[in-house]
Design a protein around this ligand. Structure first.
Ligand code: FES
Ligand code: FE2
Length: 558
């Protein structure tokens, strides 16, 4: 399939071994009389390079613990090796040695028949991987030799209409997401300003899985610092929220001011002239790690990068407009929290809100009460990068659900009514054509404006298979008692047991279950082929999910 020239015949000594690096994967080439064979270049027992080993009687002996493998078949022959080596198909053309990394040795065409023209072979390969050309056929994550032994993170040749399971289930991919996305070039939601109104107020929060503390200092500034003592790493802040004059680590009482500077080290000069810190120990060099912070209309974001673009540019004009439609200048007022754990990959939550298709099918409440119905005026917006999105819909009256649409929607329940009719009241308060908007702000924020119930949801991943969802429900300063009650009542739509939230949570678990119990597959995201990836005015679309993965792949180098 994908022959690549990797050496010349003359480079491999008779009965010798030559180590080559093929796109980051170590490969060992052997010459037994006039034939060439190829295996994985690293011993399956420990991480020794077989090219440093010894060839004898068609066997390769590992230099580290003297395990032996049959060169032709890769078979493990003696202790301590038990696992066979991967073998690769080899062909010779003149002095050129080609291998096919996707085919084991046994299926290689006989050397004598190997007449394929090298240029033609390259052409086929280029066509197969056309979609991947700009990202790189073999991702740089595969360059890590430890990974190359067992795993290859290669995106399906079909492109963005398929998403492989390893995107959601693999620990190495998850760790790379923390490094490249949550700790990379992103603004991460951490708090609402109204949670820390006074000097000394703090809340615990997270950037990706990393715990941080959001604290207002005496000068009114908001600081975000890692919740990790610079002495011995203790997660020093134990309360979810509170008010302090300084932070004192419980372990050895190192203290920090509200900007994260190290203020005090007990027994810094030792006792009776003995012990203590070195004389040149400088507090200024041992403060808490501080993140870059920005706020907009009462919402606080943090970044590990100190040269981030302004928040407005980060969102792009259309998503920024939707952000400002919800955070319309009134001061947010905290109403309360939900917090729960979801057994799924964190990206599934983004996908769920870039998947208007499910909304019309899964959610009985939405369709029965006309909040989101196929045929409603709606928009699935993606920003230019594909990372952010807004699902928006204008509410329809119940009677307008056409009988055609009803047939498609098993979730529709004709006789269902509300015992509390005020639940569905919609007080027009926003300058927006939409009664419902769900904005997904990459990488960890959902802004929910479902008629008059308002909330921000923070995604806190804890591993590839799980994340915490923290919902902060809010109203605005100036809301009267009745409006606050209305927002709280309507808030029953959302949250872990909400009329809508519940079904999404289940669906995410089912998807993760499917991948974990029947692994190694791919998701199909083909809906709405007219839009390759990006915004769509159809609800029956997965174009926004494709846009998100176009961005994700670029960020991840995959
Ligand atoms: S670990 Fe914090 S003071 Fe020692
Ligand atoms: Fe949903």
């Amino acid at each position: 399939m994908a022959w690549q020239r990797i050496a010349s015949f003359g480079e491999i000594g008779v009965d010798g071994v030559l180590g080559v690096d093929v796109n980051g994967t170590p490969v060992a080439l052997y010459r037994l009389s006039n034939e060439v064979f190829a295996t994985s270049g690293i011993c399956t027992h420990a991480l020794a390079l077989l090219s440093d080993g010894f060839v004898e009687d068609g066997r390769i002996e590992c230099p580290l613990h003297q395990g032996q493998f049959d060169i032709r078949s890769g078979k493990a022959l003696c202790a301590p090796v038990t696992e066979d080596l991967r073998t690769f198909a080899v062909k010779l053309e003149g002095d050129d040695v080609f291998i096919d990394m996707e085919r084991p040795a046994a299926s290689a065409p006989a050397v004598a028949n190997a007449a394929a023209n090298r240029k033609a072979g390259d052409g086929v390969r280029a066509a197969e991987e056309g979609d991947q050309a700009d990202i790189g056929a073999i991702a740089d994550v595969n360059g890590d030799p430890e990974l190359s032994l067992t795993k290859r993170y290669v995106w399906p040749a079909e492109g963005l209409t398929r998403i492989p399971d390893w995107v959601y289930t693999d620990q190495t991919i998850y760790e790379r997401e923390i490094e490249r996305i949550f700790h990379g070039r992103t603004w991460n939601y951490v708090a609402l300003e109204c949670e820390v109104p006074e000097a000394g107020d703090f809340i615990r929060s997270n950037v990706g899985p990393t715990p941080v503390v959001v604290v207002r200092a005496d000068d009114g500034s908001i600081n975000v610092v890692e919740n990790r003592c610079s002495h011995r790493a203790a997660e020093f802040c134990r309360e979810l929220s509170g008010n302090v004059k300084e932070f004192v680590c419980p372990y050895h009482q190192w203290s920090y001011d509200l900007q994260g500077n190290l203020a005090g080290v007990p027994f810094r000069r030792g006792v009776n002239g003995k012990g203590g810190m070195p004389a040149d120990f400088n507090n200024a060099q041992h403060g808490l790690r501080r993140l870059n912070v920005t706020t907009h209309r009462g919402v606080v974001f943090a970044s590990y990068l100190h040269d981030m673009e302004p928040f407005q540019d980060y969102l792009g004009p259309e998503v920024f407009k939707e952000f400002e439609a919800t955070f319309d200048g009134r001061k947010p007022r905290l109403l309360g929290y939900y917090r729960h754990t979801l057994p799924g990959n964190w990206k599934l939550y983004h996908e769920n809100l870039k998947d208007p298709y499910h909304a019309t099918l899964l959610h009985t409440f939405l369709v029965t009460f006309g909040l989101l119905v196929a045929g409603n005026r709606s928009l699935m917006l993606a920003d230019a990068t594909g990372r952010h999105g807004v699902m928006a819909s204008a509410r329809s009256e119940r009677k307008r659900v056409s009988s055609d649409a009803k047939k498609e929607m098993r979730a529709y329940r004709d006789g269902m009514t509300l015992a509390e009719p005020r639940f569905m009241d919609f007080v027009e308060e926003f300058d927006s054509p939409w009664s419902v908007t769900m904005a997904t702000i990459w990488p960890n924020l959902i802004i929910q404006r479902e008629m008059n119930t308002l909330g921000v949801r923070q995604i806190i991943p804890t591993g590839p298979h799980e994340f915490i969802m923290k919902w902060t429900m809010f109203g605005f300063e100036g809301d009267d008692e009745e409006m606050t009650r209305h927002r709280l009542r309507q808030g029953n739509l959302m949250g872990p047991a909400g009329f809508l939230g519940l079904e999404d949570n289940e669906a995410i678990k089912f998807v993760q279950d499917g991948m974990q119990h029947v692994p190694g597959g791919q998701h199909l995201v083909k809906l709405d082929p007219a839009v390759a990836a990006g915004s769509s005015d159809s609800l029956i679309s997965e174009a926004s999910i494709r846009a998100m993965y176009r961005h994700w792949r670029a960020e991840m180098g995959l």
